[in-house]
Design a protein around this ligand. Structure first.
Ligand code: PGA
Length: 253
């Protein structure tokens, strides 16, 4: 099974825009049957219910959000909790996206707490990891990945780790139009798998690992199929319904 996740970020500003997006997705899905690919839409919180209503009958479409608070309930003005999302019908939560690490100073420790609260609420965290340009220039990719994995997954059982989704998203590739080569992505995939095996997971227990960062129709084969990734996390291109669904179609083959 492959996963095509759309991170819609802070877009779809009006109901009209949202409804046009729905129409685009419906039209693109029409007549297409997906057996190997599941789509996950992660819209802004305010649109979640509408997305769920729209897609709840579709077998291959799931809903998620882009962030969550680490506590379940209480005096946290302006925050949204995991039980709220679960109770609306959400299934996935993006955790530790580089936008959040960078702009909102989210630490590995916080990412760890958020992953735990998502798992406690029977949802699936999509844990984002990846190096910055500077770290890449300093040849520190391995160090960064090892650190983010060991800290982010601290005190989480092997059984639970095997349920999460890990998204390798090099920070410099996000929104830049640049991507690593298929071989470079493959190397990181293997590094992630080895790290998890060193943490005690068996081969058959390894979680789904996907790639993210400037994914589009032209590079999807190299970024995903040729690198042996099990799916993609798509930002910019997920705002174009036709292209987004086509990405799924290419991975279906
Ligand atoms: P991008 O974003 O596809 O626009 O590079 C990916 C992401 O932010 O997850």
């Amino acid at each position: 099974m492959k996963l095509v996740v759309g991170n819609l970020k802070m877009n779809l500003l009006t109901k009209v825009e949202r409804d046009n997006y729905f129409k685009g997705i419906e039209n693109s899905l029409m007549g297409r049957n997906f057996k190997e690919v599941n789509f996950v839409f992660c819209p802004p919180f305010v649109h979640l219910e509408a997305f769920i209503r729209k897609f709840e009958k579709r077998e291959n479409v799931f809903l998620g959000v882009q962030n969550i608070h680490e506590e379940e309930k209480g005096r946290f003005t302006g925050e949204i909790s995991a039980p709220m999302i679960k109770n609306l019908g959400g299934k996935y939560v993006i955790v530790g996206h580089s936008d959040r690490r960078r702009i909102f100073n989210e630490s590995d420790e916080l990412v760890n707490k958020k992953i735990k609260v998502v798992l406690d609420n029977d949802m699936i965290p999509i844990m984002c990891i990846g190096e910055t340009q500077e770290e890449r220039d300093d040849q520190e990719i391995k160090k960064v990945i090892l650190h983010q994995l060991s800290e982010g997954l601290r005190d989480i059982t092997k059984a639970k780790i095997s349920k999460i989704v890990i998204a390798y998203e090099p920070v410099w590739a996000i929104g830049s139009g640049l991507t690593p080569t298929g071989d470079e992505i493959m190397e990181v995939r293997i590094l992630i798998q080895k790290t998890l095996i060193n943490m005690g997971l068996k081969l058959e227990e390894l979680p789904i690992i996907i790639y993210g960062g400037s994914v589009n129709l032209r590079n999807i084969r190299e970024n995903c199929s040729e690198s042996g990734m099990q799916g993609v996390l798509v930002g910019g291109e997920s705002l174009h319904p036709m292209d987004f669904i086509k990405i799924g179609e290419i991975l279906e083959k």
